[in-house]
Design a protein around this ligand. Structure first.
Ligand code: NAD
Length: 351
């Protein structure tokens, strides 16, 4: 197959492309604008493959997207490009509206024009996969899980822009028959995540001996999924998913943020003990909470398990060990991707 991946220089997109190139015979064209979050270094392991191609393009640019559809003639589009950090969406929502909503609209329109002109098997087999988040469902209390039937109730500029894009994708299925698939996934972690999200921030702050910021009381709960498990789920959905359907993807690993931080600190105590015998937990500092911070997310992933046979391979305990070891071995990657654009400073206070 010929697959277009958007946002392939980002955290999840690069994991997906590394997996497709290393484990299948498919050909991939990566469309990425290379924002602060996009780094071609993350694709270095596959960049020499003659089945990997790159276009430095903004998904909002109709002309470029049309040219790529016409030249590459894809069998599949896997759409991951987005502004993805809730804190940044609180500080400035405009880019989130542009890329997540207008960009998705551009892709849908260009995909529709391309797909409409196809015929035979090529038309029958074409798929448009839209990769989204569980944050569109809003927040849960102490109990319950998000299912595919849960009503949308997004609370942040980020999640509302993703919710809007999900609605557009569904509308293009119902109105025009475009063969779409939608996935809503929980929090990902793993190698190559830009060091602005919780897990890499905690690892790097701890290694610097700096204060480790924990929002509010640290009791907010997230369900954590190892990024390679997410990539496998996306491939399963494109192979076996039913068009027009939504699949929730989750790791069955609900943790309070403070538990995640404790696990990282304790693992670092083992792997890189402090010379003075101190413990990394001593660096934890509780800071003002994120405005509108959703209390709890938890995913019921039984549909994708039952219908497509996907289950996560990593537990949080195995995945977090691999992740911490990767950051310890790849400090140069962290320095290269943050150079001149991010200093691990606090974002998203709403001030
Ligand atoms: P990321 O921020 O690491 O990467 C986003 C990529 O998109 C970057 O390479 C960036 O350069 C590119 N991009 C941004 N704007 C673009 C534009 N206008 N045109 C072309 N490229 C552009 O994000 P991620 O964490 O890899 O997330 C990927 C997708 O998965 C997003 O759609 C996100 O909403 C979704 N998602 C993420 C998580 C998570 O925990 N990270 C969980 C569920 C769903």
């Amino acid at each position: 197959m010929k697959i277009v991946v958007t946002g392939g220089a980002g955290f999840i997109g690069s994991a997906l492309i590394r997996m497709i190139i290393n484990e299948t015979d498919h050909e991939v064209l990566n469309i990425d604008k290379l924002t602060y979050a996009g780094n071609l270094e993350s694709l270095e392991p596959v960049s020499n493959s003659d089945r990997y191609h790159f276009e430095h393009v903004d998904i909002c640019d109709n002309d470029d997207i049309r040219r790529i559809f016409n030249e590459f003639q894809p069998d599949m589009m896997m759409h991951l490009a987005a502004e993805s950090h809730v804190d940044r969406s609180i500080d400035g929502s405009a880019e989130f509206i542009k890329t997540n909503i207008n960009g998705t609209h551009t892709l849908l329109e260009e995909a529709r024009e391309y797909w409409t002109a196809l015929d035979g098997e090529k038309k029958e087999n074409f798929r448009f996969l839209h990769v989204s988040t569980d944050e569109v469902y809003g927040e849960l209390g102490e109990d319950g899980f998000f299912t595919e039937e849960t009503s949308y109730d997004p609370r942040s500029p980020y999640s509302s822009s993703k919710a809007a894009s999900d609605h557009l994708v569904r509308a293009w299925y119902h109105t025009y028959g475009l063969p779409v698939l939608i996935t809503n996934c929980s929090n990902n972690y793993g190698p190559y995540q830009f060091p602005e999200k919780l897990i890499p921030v905690v690892i790097l702050k701890a290694l610097q001996g700096a204060k480790i910021p924990v929002y509010g009381t640290g009791e907010n709960v997230r369900d954590w999924l190892f990024v390679e498990d997410h990539a496998k789920a996306l491939i399963a959905v494109t192979q076996k998913g039913k068009t027009g359907e939504t699949y929730n993807i989750g790791g069955h690993n609900e943790k309070q943020n403070i538990e995640v931080v404790h696990t990282i600190c304790d693992t670092l105590d083992e792997l890189v003990p402090k010379e003075n015998g101190g413990r990394y937990r001593e660096l934890i500092s509780f800071v003002t909470d994120r405005p509108g911070h959703d209390f709890r997310y938890a995913i019921d992933a039984s549909k994708i398990e039952k219908d497509l046979g996907w289950t996560p391979k990593e537990t949080f305990e195995t995945g977090i060990k691999k992740t911490i070891q990767w950051y310890l071995d790849n400090i140069e990657w962290c320095e290269a991707v943050t150079e001149n654009n991010y200093d691990l400073e606090r974002l998203g206070t709403g001030l």
